[in-house]
Design a protein around this ligand. Sequence first.
Ligand SMILES: Cc1cc2nc3c(=O)[nH]c(=O)nc-3n(C[C@H](O)[C@H](O)[C@H](O)COP(=O)(O)OP(=O)(O)OC[C@H]3O[C@@H](n4cnc5c(N)ncnc54)[C@H](O)[C@@H]3O)c2cc1C
Length: 490
Amino acid sequence: MKEHYDLVVIGGGPAGTPVAMEVAKLDPNKSIALIDSLGELGGECLFQGCIPSKILEASAKHIQELQNLSDFGIELQEKHYALVWEKIKQRKREILQRRTKAAKDVAEGIGNIEIIKAQASFCSKNTIEIVLEDNTSLEITFDKAVIATGSKAYIPTYKGDGVSEIITNVEFFANMELPKDLSIIGGGAIAIEFAQILAAFGVEINLFIRDDMILKNIDTKASDIILKKLEENPKINLLFETSIEAINRQNDQLEITYIQNGVKKRLLSTKILSAAGRVANISHLNLEKAGVEYVKKGIVVTKALQTTNKNIFANGDVVANFPKFAHTAQYASHLLAQNIFLEHNFFKPDFSKNSWVLFSMPNIASAGLSAEEAKKQNLDVIVDSFSFNVEAKSQIEEEDYGYVEYVVERSSKKILGITIVHEEANAIAGEAALIVAKQMNLRELIDTIHPHPTLSEAFVMLAKQMMGKIMLQKLQNPFMQSLLRLERLI
Ligand SMILES: Cc1cc2nc3c(=O)[nH]c(=O)nc-3n(C[C@H](O)[C@H](O)[C@H](O)COP(=O)(O)OP(=O)(O)OC[C@H]3O[C@@H](n4cnc5c(N)ncnc54)[C@H](O)[C@@H]3O)c2cc1C
């Protein structure tokens, strides 16, 4: 280990690792320290977030498919299956190990990155104290640093001796125990994913939702479909407008005392998982000593992700108001790596055309603006949707519900936003992201030949449907009729 590094990156997740790797590749002479308390690369995304949750989702989907086999002309002789939970745990372990090893091999292979397993905190504007596994501590200095320490699950404050028993995604994925029943606190993306996946494995779910709706940051038209799916699920009990007061131990169970509609109620639960929001991992960093300003939501940065200490940048979940996804952190990493070499004229990430997938069943995918966001911004847009029930691939797969929706700028016909609700929306989310990022218009989509039969044909069909309606309106105008003879109709 050196006493001084050109660049120190704190955090080996999607916001930190790619920055270290890109800088190392851009300048092989730079000395780089990548410090992570786990000593493994991948962060929460790999070990307790995106990847393990989707590994479980993959198994849950197979169970769902089994239940629908008769739709495809296949009758099971024995109407039951056995869940080999140990095998699922082993599969998760293997995928995680494969991915973290691959990342470490690449990082170490570059030659100028030192991966250090330690807890880091600042001592001054250019000094970091690192505490190694054996509790020895030492100080290193840096020219530039990147803080990418991520976020953790928020656990609300309740009364009672059972509060310490509340688990988060971290403990769930560390132990991978399937309880008989689970109470989940939260009505957002992580809570819904956990509820649907674990219900498919037979866990009885109680979902404690503070508001009168789920997924409140998502377009209501899309979230209503998920709500219906949750309501139809016999394993999921939705408890809206609930305010939890206390959690107490009751023999080997936990008693949740909550208020709903002004009435005090009680519910016994084997386990309780909090998915009630996220808090930035800043408390142990001694940011004051580094002159890095922060607020409750995380580190304050400029549009170029520079903190109030001009030699320190921050990226990912630890940043206040950052879109909390692995892919936004990875996208910003690329620009941040360039910024490390600059003193001004920094590159600035643009999250306005962000895309994301909620891996609920069915998925919701989104790119750019939703109809509700466009309305809030008073934009002059046309909104239309195309239902998957008339789309060939969806009919073949017996997943012929859901829709794709466009938000189109009226004057230019540019597609400003796409929402997709479909069992496999994740498969076409990338194309939606590209359409929005490149600001394609309806005609450009119609002119792009899409293979048949695939889900992505829905993009062309919706574009044709919208252009057809626009042309019809024009044709109904006598003045426009004469002009249109000179123009291609659709
Ligand atoms: C259940 C769940 C499912 C999710 N699913 C998705 C999904 O499908 N798609 C998606 O895009 N996002 C998903 N996310 C969000 C995604 O995991 C995060 O947005 C992403 O991990 C943020 O990356 P990061 O690098 O900022 O932080 P992290 O991934 O949290 O990495 C931070 C790293 O910093 C280390 N660290 C922290 N403090 C210190 C310190 N003081 N010293 C040294 N090291 C430190 C930690 O050990 C960790 O390795 C999910 C999250 C959860 C919880």
